[in-house]
Design a protein around this ligand. Structure first.
Ligand code: TYD
Length: 206
C-alpha cells in the first residue's frame, strides 16, 4: 500500500504523517515514512539545491527535473523495495506536487510533466492520496509562526500558492477515487481523527 500526503505549504502534513505512522505501526503494520524532495542521501543533496534561497535564477524546467531526479532515486532505493516486502509507504508529497507546483503554479505543460514522471517513477502511482486543505495565506502564516524552515519554494507571491491550491482541486476532481480531502484548518487531533476514519473507510486498515 502506497499512501501519499499532499497540500499547500504549512498544511501540517509532516505532523499528520507521523501520527498516522504511529497508529498503523501500533496495529502491527510495517510502515515506512518518507518525504520529497529527499528521503535518500542523493535526494537530500538535491533538496539542498532546490531549497537554497540563493538559487533565484532556477529555470522552471530545471526545477521540475531536479524534483523528478530525487523522485526516481526515492522510488528505486526506498519505495519499491518496501512495497515488495509487503509494507506500507507513507510519503510526504509525490508526483502530484510537481503537477500542482511546477504545472499549475509555474505553468509547465501538464502532459509533459506526466510523461517525464512516468519515466522517473516507472509508472508507480499512489493507491491513496490524502489532501490536507488549507487557505495558502493561513498555511504560510502558520509556517512562519512555528519557526519552520522558510525555503525557496515558500518565497513566490501568494497568487502562486493560490494557483497551486486550485491545481490540487483540479487533480482531485479528475481522479476522485484516489483522493481524500481533509480540512486541515482544525486542531491537530481533529485532523488526525479525520484521517484515521478516512483510512478506515477506504482501506479497512485501522
Ligand atoms: P518542504 O519544506 O518539504 O515543505 P512541506 O512541508 O510543505 O512539504 O518543501 C517542499 C517544497 O517543495 C514545497 O514548497 C513544495 C515543493 N515541491 C514542488 O514544488 N514540486 C515537487 O514535485 C515537490 C515534491 C515539492
Amino acid at each position: 500500500m502506497f499512501i501519499t500526503f499532499e497540500g499547500p505549504d504549512g498544511s501540517g502534513k509532516t505532523t499528520q504523517i507521523s501520527l498516522l505512522a504511529d497508529l498503523l505501526a501500533g496495529r502491527g503494520y510495517n510502515v515506512l515514512k518518507l518525504r520529497e524532495p529527499g528521503g535518500t542521501a542523493i535526494g537530500n543533496q538535491i533538496r539542498q539545491v532546490l531549497h537554497d534561497l540563493d538559487n533565484v535564477e532556477m529555470d522552471a524546467r530545471a526545477e521540475f527535473l531536479l524534483y523528478s531526479a530525487s523522485r526516481a532515486q526515492l522510488v528505486a532505493e526506498r519505495i519499491r523495495p518496501h512495497l515488495a516486502a509487503g509494507g506500507i509507504v507513507l510519503c510526504d508529497r509525490f508526483a502530484d506536487s510537481s503537477l500542482a507546483y511546477q504545472g499549475y503554479g509555474r505553468g509547465l505543460d501538464l502532459n509533459t510533466i506526466r510523461q517525464i514522471t512516468q519515466f522517473a517513477t516507472g509508472g508507480l502511482k499512489p493507491d491513496l492520496t490524502l489532501y490536507l486543505d488549507i487557505d495558502p495565506l493561513r498555511g504560510l502564516t502558520r509556517r512562519s509562526a512555528n519557526g519552520e524552515e522558510w525555503n525557496r519554494m515558500d518565497a513566490p507571491p501568494l497568487e502562486f500558492h493560490q494557483r497551486v491550491r486550485d491545481g490540487y482541486y483540479s487533480l482531485i476532481a479528475a481522479e476522485p477515487a484516489r483522493w481524500i480531502k481533509i480540512d486541515a484548518d482544525q486542531p491537530v487531533e481533529d485532523v488526525h481523527a479525520a484521517i484515521a476514519s478516512a483510512i478506515e473507510r477506504r482501506l479497512h486498515l485501522v
